[in-house]
Ligand binder design. Structure first.
Ligand SMILES: Cc1ncc(COP(=O)(O)O)c(C=O)c1O
Length: 408
């Protein structure tokens, strides 16, 4: 009797799923063993240990562990007290929120996944920014939702190309995703510009997913304007997390704020859909949820003094240093913890694109930047600006030497 051999097939939805940032980071980068590593590629503000979360975040979480009250399952949409605290923190005069409008998720990543899947079915499409955070398309590919990319304009501080966005909407479009402040661009939209974008959504009666995970990480005089504050009558699912402003990305807790600016029964079905989707993994980490009521009370001044101000100073260090380096260009970032550095490829004798720039820079100088192609923006590279000052000085010196060596 012949023995049938094993052939275990992976599912098609798994095999069409790939996250380009995770692939690049895990791809055995060739660092120069002679030089210390400076990763300007990891969007994690805790990597170097220079930025630490507030003591109250630590204490509240330790207390939650010690209380033995946060060890069990809670509602799949999140613990009622944590939801109430988030509702209070993010209520706007225009859109007051209650616990019923908040869904707690495993990081902003799951908030995005739930929001996208609550609004779009397989075979339909969503409008995403280009350049943009690659996870959006990863999640869509996995779910069989088509991504249609609207352009951001580098010469206009990465504002949305409104005409282009408008032209992309078709009968299968179900939502528009806006990311402000932006990863990878480090840009922050004005109220006027956001209003123009929201008017496109209103015109086509499309709900908006507002990825506002960087929230107040905005450098004055720029201000963070929540999409829901602008008075445009569009249903908004605003997503964010503790990751960046509270400096605990590994704790994996985020949320969706359901901001119903239309009213009536407009979002009833979507609310039900969101709740159903939370039951797939039965909610986020309960220990951190137990600490959230205290975490949400940390004053905005701490975030400004200990996070935003530092990142602004570091962004300026990069900006000032890059102005003196021939072959690259960068606008001063306006917020978040990123900058998009343009590679003037015509000036180099042996570098043809951003991928080559990034690979050669890490190999020769042990400085790693993410190629803009990962964000669908060739000939740019993204830098992370939250790294410590001494590393910035060293990185900029090495980038300067690298560019000089490869100039025509
Ligand atoms: C724009 C944006 N949205 C969402 C996320 C995911 O956040 P989280 O780590 O909370 O899942 C990130 C993380 O880098 C991000 O930059």
């Amino acid at each position: 009797m012949s023995v049938k051999s094993w052939s275990v097939k992976a599912s098609s939805c798994a095999m069409r799923t790939s996250n380009i940032i995770r692939m690049i980071m895990g791809s055995g980068l060739q660092w120069n063993p002679e030089k210390s590593r400076i990763p300007l590629s990891i969007g994690d503000p805790t990597v170097f240990g220079n930025l630490k979360t507030h003591q109250e975040v630590v204490d509240a979480t330790v207390d939650a562990v010690k209380s033995f009250k946060s060890n069990g399952y809670t509602d799949s949409s999140g613990s009622p007290t944590a939801r109430e605290a988030i509702a209070e923190r993010f209520s706007l005069p225009e859109v007051p929120l209650t616990a019923a409008d908040i869904v707690i998720t495993s990081g902003c990543s799951q908030a995005l996944d739930i929001a996208t899947n609550a609004l779009c079915s397989e075979g339909e499409n969503i409008l995403l920014p280009r350049p943009g955070f690659p996870l959006y398309a990863t999640q869509c590919d996995h779910a069989g939702i088509a991504s249609k990319f609207y352009n951001l304009i580098p010469e206009k501080n990465w504002e949305v190309d409104l005409k282009h966005m408008d032209s992309l909407v078709d009968s299968k479009t179900r939502a528009i995703l806006i990311n402000n402040p932006s990863n990878p661009c480090g840009s922050v939209y004005s109220a006027e510009h956001l209003r123009d974008v929201l008017r496109i959504a209103e015109k086509h009666r499309l709900p908006v997913i507002a990825d506002e995970t960087y929230l107040d990480m905005v450098f004055p005089p720029k201000k963070f304007v929540p999409c829901a504050s602008l008075g445009v009558k569009v249903p908004i699912l605003s997503v964010a997390s503790l990751a960046k402003l509270w400096l605990v990305p590994g704790w994996r807790v985020g949320w969706i704020c359901i901001q119903d600016l239309v009213g009536g029964s407009c979002l009833d079905e979507v609310r039900d859909a969101i709740t159903r989707l939370t039951t797939i993994i039965v909610g986020a980490n309960t220990i951190v949820q137990g600490a959230i009521p205290r975490i949400m009370k940390i004053p905005a001044k701490w975030h400004y003094d200990e996070v935003t101000k530092v990142v602004e100073k570091h962004s300026r260090m990069f900006f000032d240093a890059f102005k003196k380096i021939d072959g690259i260009r960068m606008e001063m970032p306006e917020g978040a913890m990123y900058g998009m550095m343009e590679i003037e490829v015509d000036k180099f004798k042996d570098i043809e694109n951003d991928l080559q720039f990034s690979q050669m820079l890490v190999k020769e100088e042990s400085v790693h930047v993410l190629p803009g192609s990962a964000f669908l923006m060739p000939n740019f590279c993204r830098i992370v600006t939250s790294v410590p000052e001494d590393r910035i000085v060293e990185a900029c010196e090495r980038i300067a030497a690298f560019c000089k060596r490869h100039m025509k």
